[in-house]
Write a protein that binds this ligand. Structure first.
Ligand code: AVJ
Length: 367
C-alpha cells in the first residue's frame, strides 16, 4: 500500500497493461485442465491499485517525435508465439546460449541458494525453467513439504502462462505452482506484500535489456524491494559483441523477427480499435555502438494517417518515418555488477559460455 503511494507520487513510468483474453474451451475433455488452470492462475490486474489509463503510453509514444512504442505491446498471445519461434532461430543465439549455461550450472545455483520460493518474471513458456526446476527438485528430496520449493511464473500473456502452468504441473506433480498474470510492476508489488519464505527472483533472456539505464535502476530497486536480506536474484544478460552478430540476430533471414515487430501493430489494432496497415511498414534492427543497444524500428513505406479510435488518436506518418519499438541493451559484466550493487544486490557468482556471448549473474540482498 505504502509502496503504491510512493510509486504514484514519484510518477514512475507505469508498466501496467491489460490482460490478454484467455481463451478457454469449455469442452468436457478440457474440464479437468480448466479447473486446474483456474486454481493455479491469478490475474493481478483485477487486484492492482496502480492507477493508469490503458494506452496512455501508446498516445505518448506516437505524438512525440521521434515516435516510439513500448515493447510490452509485442506480447499478445500471437506475439508470445512469434517470440518462441525467434528463440529457435539459427541467428538468435541468446536463448540457446543461456539454456546451455543454465544446463551446466543449475545444480550449482540450487546448491548456493538452497530450497526456496522461485519467482520468474516474464516466464513465457518457461522452457529454460526446467533446468532450474530439475536442480531444485534434486536438492529438495529430503526437505519437508513446507520447506520444499515452489514456483511462481509471472507473465502478461495469459494464454502462454496457462499452457506452461498446465504443462509443468503434469511434469512436476509435487511442485506447488501459482502463476500470476500481470506486469512486472503489478507482480513486484504483489510479491512485496506476500513474502513468507526465502525467495529467488529470476529474470532470464536479457529482458532487462529493454529498459534504458534509468528504467533498469528503477526496476532493480523494485526487485530489491520484493526481496529481504539473504534472498537471491538471478539475472540473464546478453553481452556486448560484434555489430554483425547482433544485427543478424535481430534481422533474421526467415523474417520471423520482422513478423514479431509488425505484430505489435495488429495488437494495437485489436486492443485500441486501430487501422494500422502492416503492409505499409517495414522492420529493421540497427546496433547502436555508442549506447551498446539494438534498436528495432518500423519504417513507414509511405505518407499516411493511422487512427486508434479507443484512444481518440490520429497519427500522421511521413515516408521513411520510423517508430522505435524496442531497445535491447548489451551488457558489460563489470558495469552491470556495479549497477546491481547500487540497488543492494551483491554478486555472489557469475557464469558465461566459452564464447562469452551471454552472462548469468547470481546476486544476494545484502541489507
Ligand atoms: C525478450 C527483450 C530479451 O531483446 O533479444 C528478440 C526480444 N526482440 N528479437 C531481445 C527480441 C527481437 C528479446 N528480449
Amino acid at each position: 500500500m505504502v509502496q503504491n503511494a510512493v510509486t504514484i507520487s514519484l510518477g514512475i513510468a507505469i508498466l501496467r497493461i491489460g490482460v490478454s483474453p484467455i481463451n478457454v474451451k469449455l469442452e468436457l475433455s478440457n474440464l479437468k485442465n480448466l479447473l486446474m488452470t483456474v486454481k493455479h492462475l491469478k490475474i493481478l490486474h483485477q487486484h492492482s491499485q496502480v492507477i493508469s489509463k490503458d494506452g496512455n503510453d501508446v498516445i505518448e509514444g506516437l505524438i512525440k517525435s521521434p515516435k516510439s512504442l513500448p515493447p510490452k505491446y509485442f506480447y499478445d498471445d500471437r506475439g508470445s508465439e512469434l517470440f518462441e519461434q525467434i528463440c529457435d532461430l539459427p541467428e538468435y543465439y541468446p536463448t540457446r546460449t543461456e539454456a546451455s549455461i543454465l544446463g551446466q550450472y543449475a545444480d550449482e545455483i540450487a546448491a548456493i541458494t538452497g530450497s526456496c520460493e522461485l519467482v520468474e518474471l516474464g516466464s513465457g513458456s518457461s522452457t529454460k525453467t526446467n533446468y532450474l526446476l530439475n536442480a531444485y527438485q534434486k536438492i529438495s528430496h529430503n526437505t519437508s513439504i513446507a520447506e520444499a520449493f515452489s514456483y511462481i511464473p509471472i507473465d502478461v500473456s495469459g494464454g502462454i502462462l496457462k499452457t506452461s502452468v498446465l504443462h509443468l504441473q503434469q511434469k512436476y506433480p509435487d511442485l506447488t505452482i501459482a502463476g500470476l498474470i500481470g506486469t512486472y510492476e503489478e507482480a513486484l508489488l504483489y510479491l512485496d506484500k506476500n513474502h513468507q519464505r526465502s525467495r529467488m527472483i529470476f529474470f532470464l533472456g536479457s529482458s532487462i535489456g529493454n529498459f534504458n539505464a534509468a528504467e533498469s535502476d528503477e526496476f532493480l530497486g523494485k526487485v530489491s524491494h520484493a526481496l529481504t536480506k539473504g534472498d537471491y536474484f538471478l539475472l540473464g544478460v546478453d553481452l556486448q559483441k560484434s555489430t554483425e552478430v547482433l544485427e543478424d540476430a535481430y534481422n533474421d533471414a526467415q523474417g520471423i523477427t520482422a513478423a514479431f515487430n509488425l505484430n505489435m501493430l495488429s495488437h494495437l489494432n485489436w486492443r485500441f480499435q486501430g487501422d494500422f496497415d502492416c503492409n505499409l511498414f517495414e522492420h529493421k534492427a540497427i546496433y547502436n555502438q555508442v549506447d551498446h543497444q539494438i534498436e528495432m524500428y518500423l519504417y513507414a513505406k509511405s505518407k499516411h494517417e493511422v487512427s486508434l479510435d479507443i484512444l481518440d488518436l490520429k497519427v500522421q506518418f511521413e515516408t521513411g518515418e520510423r517508430i522505435l519499438t524496442e531497445i535491447s541493451r548489451k551488457f558489460n559484466l563489470e558495469d552491470l555488477q556495479l549497477q546491481l550493487r547500487s540497488q543492494g544486490l551483491q554478486t555472489v557468482k557469475f557464469w558465461t559460455d566459452p564464447q562469452q556471448l551471454f552472462g548469468l549473474i547470481l546476486c544476494q540482498v545484502k541489507y
